[in-house]
Design a protein around this ligand. Structure first.
Ligand SMILES: [Zn+2]
Length: 194
């Protein structure tokens, strides 16, 4: 009898038990991302009819940075609480995130959510639109996969998808005018994601 603590992840290996009984970590992550994608798609279908079209809002001028197509295809919803995935499909790294203190979240390539108290803040809309463009360039599945991996291994602020959004946001706040898509494409390529 080999005594191995149950908390030891090598338990299966040391007893010669096939790890695939519960799937490898990769398989589990893929399944979780699949569930997240499904949740985002269902949420979008449910909420988008009631959302505000960005192109018909006072933020139409964001076309300067994001282009007409992105603005026309994007909608946002002002909410008291940001939508959060049901507990069981929330990745462990993200489960630690305090959702209630976040002010905005982009879920999918066409929709984001902002909390009431910051709904008039152009910087927040700008930040979420950077994520919209990342979703468009990566695809929903790849975005969520990378986001979860980055969040789990580096944390929120060092997540490279967030770093891109915060650095673009800082340039925007300094009053610079630029097109975001080529910059993001360059960074995503440098990270080896596209
Ligand atoms: Zn962000």
């Amino acid at each position: 009898m080999v005594h191995v603590p149950f908390s030891d992840w090598t338990l299966g290996k040391s007893l010669g038990v096939d790890e695939a009984i519960c799937g490898t970590e990769d398989e589990r992550n893929r399944a979780m991302v699949g569930q997240l994608v499904k949740w985002v798609e269902e949420l979008t279908a449910e909420r988008k009819p009631y959302a505000t079209a960005l192109g018909a809002s006072k933020f139409l001028w964001l076309t300067t940075y994001f282009g007409r197509e992105v603005v026309d295809e994007t909608a946002f919803q002002v909410v008291p609480l940001l939508p959060a995935p049901p507990g069981p499909i929330l990745p462990s790294g993200l489960a630690d995130t305090e959702w209630s203190i976040m002010d905005g979240i982009t879920l999918g390539a066409t929709m984001y959510y902002v909390r009431e108290h910051r709904s008039a803040d152009p910087t927040l809309h700008f930040h979420e639109l950077v994520h919209i463009v990342q979703y468009r360039l990566l695809g929903i599945e790849k975005f969520l996969d990378i986001y979860v991996q980055e969040h789990t291994s580096r944390g929120y602020r060092a997540n490279r998808l967030e770093q891109m959004a915060y650095s673009a946001e800082a340039a925007f706040n300094r009053g610079k005018t630029f097109k975001i898509a080529p910059i993001l494409r360059h960074h995503l390529h440098q990270c080896g994601w596209i």
